[in-house]
Design a protein around this ligand. Structure first.
Ligand SMILES: NC(=O)c1ccc[n+]([C@@H]2O[C@H](COP(=O)([O-])OP(=O)(O)OC[C@H]3O[C@@H](n4cnc5c(N)ncnc54)[C@H](O)[C@@H]3O)[C@@H](O)[C@H]2O)c1
Length: 378
């Protein structure tokens, strides 16, 4: 496909497509958005106006059957991903699919078969790997910059009020509140946000061995959980990690997202602004130059550059993969681009956390059997 522009279709014209995917395709010299699909006319029209898209579909199947489209970004709600990916693969289209890539492992395995059989590219849209700060940490870990790592902790909060009975249908559609109220979701806030850091943890530290979790539904008007604490151990038997995630805390919508990684010779401390703001993270490295020196604190700076932001680098990497171009302009090795297997592994950790909460046990991976939590029966 070298020398040709990638013809893109976007499925689901909501927030992540509008802020994360479409602006990058629109700006890229190597891609054209030729069509979008969304059941909501107002969302389709918004894309048409902003990104000058000529073909609008109400039904995603029609976009997926369009032979003038080479690749798709799947940005629909979680439950729609699997069938859309399978149809895309069967029609020979490369796929960038939002996380969670599905809500059920058996369905995801069907999707993996379709992707493998049809030899299409599948990239999981866990864009945090592409954040220059998280890439810096990955390279630092590989270079043993802070010694042997033994602990990582992430705390990530959105302050969402309890909407109670005010969750009107229009509001749900307009601002994605299906997350709080739609039974098809397959899970709540942990399914929505856990895949990001579970993916980063695996990328930094290797495969996960055990998962234990305490998960709660604080706002009873929700169909699923809104507060989770997950503890992981890794196959190397050295590192442990915690992930605390909440939408139930009182305060600002984009409350806080921060983490610490501790090694025997230093630590990384990071604070991440909301991804929609596309600003660089702040990263501090505490370390010792040698055994006798005092610990130093280094502020690592990253440029405020929207084209170099996580979403941009993710989508630009997808375009490069699909066009079989090198990824040097992004500065991210192709071997690190999240695959369908990475997407599955992150989902497996979320489902293991649910199983841990349901059974009150520590779960060893691979996850053999699991049942979804029914919050109405607790
Ligand atoms: N990577 C990230 O940082 C990130 C951020 C936000 C959302 N997401 C993921 O992206 C997906 C969409 O989330 P969002 O926040 O953009 O939600 P949203 O509600 O803002 O957008 C979803 C859109 O999909 C449309 N839609 C509904 N059913 C559909 C179907 N069957 N086919 C096609 N379109 C359909 C809706 O009308 C809406 O326009 C979710 O899976 C979510 O987890 C990822």
């Amino acid at each position: 496909m070298t020398g040709k522009k990638l013809r893109i279709g976007i499925i689901g014209c909501g927030m992540v497509a509008y802020v994360g995917h479409a602006p990058v395709y629109h700006k890229s010299p190597y891609a054209d958005i030729v069509a979008v699909a969304d059941p909501l006319e107002s969302h389709r029209k918004k894309f048409q106006r902003k990104f000058k898209v000529s073909k609008l579909y109400e039904n995603s199947d029609d976009l997926l059957d369009n032979t003038n489209i080479d690749a798709v970004s799947i940005c629909s709600p979680h439950w729609a991903h699997v069938e859309q990916v399978i149809r895309a693969a069967e029609n020979g289209k490369d796929v960038l699919c939002e996380k969670p890539i599905g809500i059920d492992l058996e369905d995801v395995d069907r999707m993996i078969k379709a992707v493998e059989k049809n030899c299409v590219i599948f990239q999981t849209a866990t864009q945090k790997r592409f954040d220059p700060g998280f890439q810096y940490i990955k390279e630092g870990i590989m270079n043993n910059e802070i010694g042997d790592i033994f602990q990582a902790s992430v705390f990530w909060y959105h302050g969402m009020p309890d909407f109670g009975d005010n969750l009107r249908k229009e509001l749900i559609q307009e601002i994605g509140l299906w997350r709080l109220s739609d039974k098809r979701c397959g899970g709540g806030d942990l399914l929505d946000h856990g895949p990001h850091y579970f993916d980063l943890y695996r990328w930094w530290f290797g495969d996960v061995k055990t998962v234990s979790a305490e998960i709660r539904r604080i706002h009873q008007s929700r169909v699923n959980e809104d507060h989770s604490l997950v503890t992981l151990s890794f196959k190397d038997n050295e590192k442990t990690a915690i992930f605390e995630r909440s939408e139930a805390i009182f305060g600002d919508v984009y409350g806080e997202e921060m983490g610490r990684i501790h090694g025997t010779e230093g630590s990384y401390f990071f604070n991440v602004p909301s991804e929609y703001k596309k600003k660089p993270m702040s990263l501090k490295k505490h370390h010792r130059v040698n055994v006798t020196s005092k610990p130093t604190i280094e502020n690592i700076k990253f440029p405020h550059d929207k084209w170099g932001h996580a979403y941009s680098r993710e989508v630009r990497s997808f375009i490069n993969q699909a066009l079989d171009r090198p990824n040097d302009d992004v500065g991210f090795p192709k071997k690190w681009i999240p695959t369908i297997y990475d997407g599955r592994a992150a989902l497996e950790i979320v489902l293991a956390a649910y199983e841990s909460q349901r059974t009150n046990d520590k779960i060893t991976l691979p996850l053999k059997k699991y049942k979804k939590i029914d919050w109405n029966c607790i």
